[in-house]
Design a protein around this ligand. Structure first.
Ligand code: NAD
Ligand code: TDX
Length: 354
């Protein structure tokens, strides 16, 4: 039986992970520490909120006292650190929170774990959930990122994630903390906050709003269904050795414009309007420092841990579309007043490219 501290468990991937873990390992203890920023929603956890091993704690990962208390009260032996500011565009508008949560928050968790885990008789693991964005941008024909690819972050978000990954590595090398790091590609699926590309396209289409595509729309991302990320983290927790790094990805590269068109085509069938949703596609000023291409080489996950994604893009995107269509009220509730201000700042003045 494990005793997990999951941070950021009310966000997109964290809430999917908490559900995944409780359904799979109902005897485990799962303590979810989340500050409930604009991106955290307890409604995403309704399905498991009364599960016997589950506890939600509202709190900030930068709060050392709170984190120390949880380690002591709950005898935590496993940390899965999802808590982060996660949206690249927000990091460009205001990087402060990214430095605080992603860097100082990770530092706080590392210090608390090091202090709490003096007794190494139990098996302990600190898993840092990181991203492919720390590796920077790939040329069109370059091989996909392996675990030994040099870090070259280009946005305040990816720089803050890179910094936290370096702290995690250093706490292993210097203090012997049993860390694991996963670098995952773009996730999609249920409960993703509608500021991210796929849910934003779905909702803007349904609401008849312009669908903003940055630059020429030819940037490439490698998309993984969120459940497959959860099973990947599970595999790393079971089979990874302290200090290991694993790249998790879907071997599923798509140009942004092709995803946008695919979603519009499918919505034309599912929710036919007067014209095609593709008429709403609007090319707008590019994201500054916009990485051209990400692609993950997940060979190590397959070879060492026997992991591979269970969902292909066709079934994953269909499940995602169906989930958003059935949960439009969730979307309305999470797009609070704060989100409306963000949307205006991000897209209000963005110049359409003729
Ligand atoms: P998200 O923005 O949906 O959720 C983040 C969660 O963290 C929210 O519940 C928020 O309330 C919480 N949080 C923020 N600051 C906090 C703080 N100071 N203390 C406690 N809780 C705090 O993010 P996500 O998309 O679910 O990403 C989760 C993790 O996975 C992040 O570390 C991100 O870098 C990483 N990641 C995301 C993707 C992706 O495609 N979304 C891909 C690879 C890696
Ligand atoms: O309105 C938009 N128009 C557009 O063209 C938005 C929001 C995005 N885009 C483009 C930018 C990217 O090339 O779509 C692509 C995907 O954008 P996001 O959904 O913002 O994701 P990305 O920037 O790739 O980062 C995501 O994947 C890696 C997550 O947000 C990160 O947390 C994760 O680390």
């Amino acid at each position: 039986m494990r005793r997990l501290l999951v941070t950021g468990g009310a966000g997109f991937i964290g809430s999917n992970f908490v559900r995944y873990w409780i359904n799979r390992y109902p005897d485990d203890r799962v303590v979810n520490l989340d500050a409930l920023t604009y991106a955290g929603n307890l409604e995403s956890l309704q399905a498991i909120e009364t599960a016997p091993g589950y506890r939600f704690v509202p709190g900030d990962i930068t709060d050392r006292e709170c984190v120390d208390r949880l380690f002591a009260e709950e005898a935590i032996d496993t940390v899965v650190n999802f808590a982060a500011e996660s949206h690249v565009d927000r990091s460009i508008l205001g990087p402060d929170a990214f430095i605080s949560t992603n860097i100082h928050g990770t530092f706080t968790l590392l210090e608390a774990a090091t202090a709490a885990w003096q007794d190494a008789s139990q098996e302990q693991r600190f898993l840092q959930v990181s991203t492919d964005e720390v590796y920077g941008s790939l040329a069109p024909d370059a091989p996909a990122f392996t675990e030994s690819h040099a870090y070259a972050p280009n946005s305040p978000y990816s720089a803050s994630k890179a910094a936290s990954d370096h702290l995690v590595r250093a706490w292993h090398e210097t203090y012997g903390l049993p860390v694991l790091t996963t670098n995952c590609s773009n996730n999609y699926g249920p409960y993703q906050f509608p500021e991210k590309l796929i849910p934003l396209v779905i909702l803007n289409a349904l609401e008849g709003k312009p669908i903003p595509v940055y630059g020429d729309g030819m940037n490439i991302r490698d998309w993984l269904y969120v459940d497959d990320h959860c099973s990947g983290i599970d595999a790393v927790l079971q089979g990874g050795r302290p200090g290991d790094v694993f790249n998790i990805g879907g071997i599923n590269e798509w140009r942004n414009i092709d995803i946008v068109r695919l979603i519009c085509e499918r919505l034309d069938e599912l929710r036919p309007g007067t014209g095609s949703y593709q008429d709403l596609i609007t090319f707008v000023t590019d994201r500054p420092g916009h990485d051209r291409r990400y692609a993950i080489d997940a060979t190590r996950m397959r070879a060492d841990l026997g992991w591979q994604p269970a969902h292909d893009f066709e079934t994953g995107i269909e499940a995602t579309l169906q989930w958003y269509l059935a949960n439009l009220d969730w979307c309305d509730r999470v797009r609070s007043g704060e989100y409306k201000n963000y949307y205006q700042n991000q897209y209000g003045e963005r110049t359409p490219i003729p």
